[in-house]
Design a protein around this ligand. Structure first.
Ligand code: NAD
Length: 496
């Protein structure tokens, strides 16, 4: 790993200095009520890069107060006004794309090229929902008995609480904030304590774009459980949108039951990546590399189990191993780096345990296999072949750069292995046989599927999972309806 040049260090210091470090409540930046702060780290060096305010329960409640106060005016604002603010925010994200990308790389570790990709993807939610804001339509028509007229209208659900994870610090925020604002809702955002800086920079952009005071509020905190629970159990809250792990999502769903909140849950995944013997192997290898190693394997959509037909498994394994051998590991700001650090040391240990368990049960290490010497939380890009049934790596979400290959003999077996998980977020299938592809679309139990494609995320598509992967959809025409509630009104037949 090369050393950073002093020029880059200065550039990063200036960028970090510009990022606000307070809580954003009612249109103002302020410290935590008890004055506490916490450190944000660069996972590539382990060093602290900036301190931010550590919100208390009282701060969380103050943020909800602000969201509740702002709600009636924002809900009543013309959709065009809301749309144009979101569009301005989109333009500002484009202008500041380089800064946002670098900030994400510093606090989260992904290679700069991928961080730029996330800015493009995440920014797109602002544009998409600026366009959707003005297209919320209802229905009007006679009831079947002909005795009246039915009117169906849609209304913003109210103040929302948005909890986001560390792995996509920008896109997970815009994917929630943009539809919420487009629908006329106000929000309190709680970003992951590991990566709050990108959210703070994004909120500054929303403020500059003209979002009125109190419509967007942010609480950064390490007192996650208590601050969140107080907000979730507050009777004024109407919606909880969460992206994170399934166990935390389950806990929050129980809390949300108190207020019978609308909930959107984007939870964990365990994506199967199935390669048939009739697949275009070049495409399949490219797809597997993208689906597995994007974000250093730390994506809910990451291919967790690479399920390959036995007749081509040796060739496939050879080709992916060759590709992985050409990867470069290092700090994401360095030129040509493809594998950045994991988010922290705990993630390195956990990934190592999964690899060791698989090897102990008979898997073969083709590349990598363990942690890379620090400083920083690095794990070598790893390829495991012949991963045996019963290995933890096939059951659990890996969240690291480990590609685990399992052979299969026929289509039914591939389907059985692919569906043998409590998760159901996304699946990937490679085949040149159209009918087989269609059968797989119908047989795989996932909310999304890539057919001969390794990355499916798109602001204009409904993102979300089946089974323990979640509830609701983000993006697409569906996304705004997560923040709208329906009213049906009956009127008498106007001719009687
Ligand atoms: P996490 O569940 O640990 O944390 C997610 C968020 O929840 C963070 O903001 C965290 O501070 C907060 N949180 C943790 N405990 C909480 C509690 N008791 N009460 C309230 N909030 C709490 O997940 P993570 O490690 O940040 O993110 C990785 C997980 O997110 C993976 O499982 C991944 O699959 C999932 N994810 C899913 C999607 C999707 O769209 N389905 C997208 C990205 C990530």
């Amino acid at each position: 790993m090369t050393k950073e040049s002093p020029m880059n260090v200065d550039h990063e210091a200036r960028l970090l200095a510009k990022v606000p470090d307070g809580l954003f409540i009612g249109g103002r930046w302020r410290p935590a009520t008890d004055g506490t702060r916490f450190d944000v780290h660069d996972p590539a060096t382990g060093k602290g890069v900036k301190e931010v305010a550590d919100a208390t329960v009282a701060d969380g409640t103050a943020a909800l107060d602000a969201a509740c106060d702002a709600f009636p005016v924002w809900a009543a604002a013309p959709a065009r006004v809301r749309a144009e603010i979101l569009r301005r925010a989109f333009d500002l994200v484009q202008e500041r794309a380089e800064e946002l990308a670098l900030l994400m790389t510093i606090e989260m570790g992904k290679p700069l090229a991928e961080a730029r990709g996330e800015v493009a993807y995440g920014g797109e939610f602002l544009r998409w929902f600026s366009e959707e804001a003005v297209r919320v339509q209802g229905r009007y028509g006679p009831n079947p008995a002909g005795t009246g007229r039915m009117v169906v209208t849609h209304h913003p659900v109210g103040p929302c609480f948005l909890i986001t994870p560390w792995n996509f610090p920008l896109a997970m925020v815009t994917r929630k904030v943009a539809p919420a604002l487009a629908a006329g809702c106000t929000v309190v955002i709680k970003p992951a304590a590991l990566t709050p800086l990108t959210t703070l920079a994004m909120v500054q952009i929303l403020h500059e774009a003209g979002v009125p005071d109190g419509v967007v509020n942010v609480v950064t905190t390490t007192r996650t459980g208590v601050v969140s629970e107080a907000i979730i159990r507050d009777p004024r809250l109407r919606k909880l949108s969460f992206t994170g792990s399934t166990p935390v999502g389950q806990k929050l769903l129980a809390q949300a039951a108190t207020g019978v909140l609308r909930t959107s849950m984007e939870l964990g995944g365990n994506a199967p990546f199935v390669v048939f013997d009739d697949a275009d192997l070049d495409r399949a290898v490219d797809g597997a590399i993208a689906a597995k190693f994007r974000n250093i394997g730390q994506a809910c959509t990451a291919a967790n189990r690479i399920i390959v037909h036995r007749s081509i498994v040796d060739e496939f394994t050879h080709r992916v191993t060759e590709r992985v051998g050409a990867f470069r590991t290092g700090r994401g700001t360095e030129h040509g780096v493809t594998i950045g650090p994991l988010i922290d040391e705990r993630a390195v240990v956990r990934t190592g345990e999964l690899v060791d368990d698989a090897v102990g049960r008979g898997a073969t290490v083709r590349a990598g296999g363990g942690a890379v010497d620090g400083p920083g939380a690095f794990f070598a890009a790893t390829v495991l072949s012949d991963v045996q049934p019963g290995s933890a790596i096939l059951r659990e979400e890996i969240f690291g750069p480990v590609l685990a290959i399992v052979p299969f003999d026929d289509e039914d077996e591939a389907v059985r292995i692919a569906n043998d998980t409590e998760y159901g977020l996304v699946s990937y299938v490679y085949t040149e046989n159209l009918a087989r592809g269609q059968r797989m679309v119908e047989r795989l139990e996932t909310g999304m599927m890539g057919l001969n494609v390794g990355v499916v995320s798109d602001a204009s598509a409904p993102f979300g999972g089946w089974k323990l992967s979640g509830l609701g959809r983000e993006g697409g025409t569906e996304g705004i309806h997560e923040y709208l509630q329906t009213k049906y009104t009956l009127t008498p037949d106007p001719f009687v």
